[in-house]
Design a protein around this ligand. Structure first.
Ligand SMILES: NC(=O)c1ccc[n+]([C@@H]2O[C@H](COP(=O)([O-])OP(=O)(O)OC[C@H]3O[C@@H](n4cnc5c(N)ncnc54)[C@H](OP(=O)(O)O)[C@@H]3O)[C@@H](O)[C@H]2O)c1
Length: 314
């Protein structure tokens, strides 16, 4: 990454819909580490950092990995998007995780949502009222957290080009964001954002590569099921790989860091088996053509906020 630290190209996603027991996140993370995942992605908003932290620490205690071999990513709760809250939120997460530092801490979303524990204020149209968000002021505290040793690398998530430029052009910028974690998959290939990020030495980290968890609370249930795409199935047959493995491999070959969530033992194993084959350029092109600029995660409750990131082309 642009700060000299390294990020494993495949990460284990730990987000699960609310109805899933948090203990499953712990069991799955332990298994993922045992099977070979080294990059673990979570966030304060997933409400599983206690369990994910336990999993990491148990694997360290068992001698499966050392702390240095684990790359842990956490994210600032969007309800705490203010310069006063950044450091506090990071410290809360570290306390839940029982870790001394994070490898990567991200501004999760560029819009400040209302406080979680309060009655969510709604406007006359019934939309959640989002609050003023000063991304540059928040970034300065992110930089201070890195200097204080609470986190090794700092980055952003769900930022568009304008918002990345806002940080990059900030007077007195000390550290550039190392990455932008965004939704990215065969139906939303983010080619323009990827090109921009590469030109600025910012890593693009992809979520939703397998078509998201299709959480009823967030995702349109009529959206296409990515892993049932006939082209992925067909290419999978050619390489004797599953659609999920093809979808993950495709992102890696584009120079993207890919996240994959599974709480199922067989599928966790499967998602790691993507380093023993190579998609030929013609197949990469066929998959590239599946793009339809379709988002699973739209965050519609804040579409009217000035920092809503998804109105811009990229
Ligand atoms: N920054 C952000 O705003 C943001 C937003 C969303 C997600 N994320 C992060 O990115 C991670 C991944 O994204 P995601 O949660 O949207 O989900 P995803 O990785 O795109 O897809 C996960 C879904 O695919 C299934 N699956 C996994 N491996 C499979 C396989 N080999 N074959 C068939 N099905 C498979 C999983 O079910 P099973 O568990 O049953 O296998 C799960 O339902 C999250 O966990 C989270 O850490 C970040």
């Amino acid at each position: 990454m642009n700060d000299g630290n390294r990020i494993p190209v495949l990460g284990f996603g730990t987000y699960a819909p609310e109805e899933v027991l948090k203990s499953q996140a712990k069991d799955a993370t332990k298994l993922a580490i045992e099977l070979g995942f080294r990059h673990i992605d979570s966030a304060q908003s997933y409400q599983n950092e206690v369990e994910v932290g336990q999993a990491i620490r148990e694997m360290i205690a068992k001698g499966v990995v050392t702390r240095e071999e684990i790359f842990y990513t956490g994210k600032l709760l969007p309800n705490k998007n203010s310069s006063e809250m950044v450091r506090l939120c990071l410290q809360e997460s570290l306390k839940d995780l029982q870790l001394d530092y994070m490898d990567l801490f991200l501004i999760h979303f560029p819009v400040r949502l209302p406080p979680r524990d309060s009655f969510s204020p709604m406007d006359e149209a019934g939309k959640t009222m989002c609050l003023n968000t000063d991304l540059c002021a928040m970034w300065e505290v992110m930089e201070a957290c890195k200097d204080a040793g609470l986190v090794k690398s700092i980055g952003v998530s769900n930022f568009n080009r304008r918002q990345l430029e806002l940080i990059l052009n900030k007077p007195g910028l000390k550290y550039k964001p190392v990455c932008n974690q965004v939704e990215c998959h065969i139906y939303l290939n983010q080619s323009k954002l990827l090109e921009f990020c590469k030109s600025k030495d910012i890593v693009l980290v992809a979520y939703g590569v397998l078509g998201s968890t299709r959480d009823k609370a967030w995702i349109d249930q009529n959206s296409p099921v990515l892993l049932e795409d006939p082209v992925l199935l067909q290419i999978g047959k050619k390489y004797n790989k599953s659609p999920a493995q093809i979808a993950l491999r495709h992102q890696l070959q584009r120079g993207i860091v890919a996240l994959a969530k599974s709480f199922n033992a067989e599928r966790i194993k499967q998602n790691l088996q993507i380093f023993d084959f190579h998609l030929v350029p013609e197949d990469m092109k066929i998959i590239d053509r599946l793009n339809r600029n379709m988002r699973y995660v739209c965050m519609k409750m804040c579409v009217d906020h000035p920092e809503y990131p998804f109105h811009d082309e990229y």
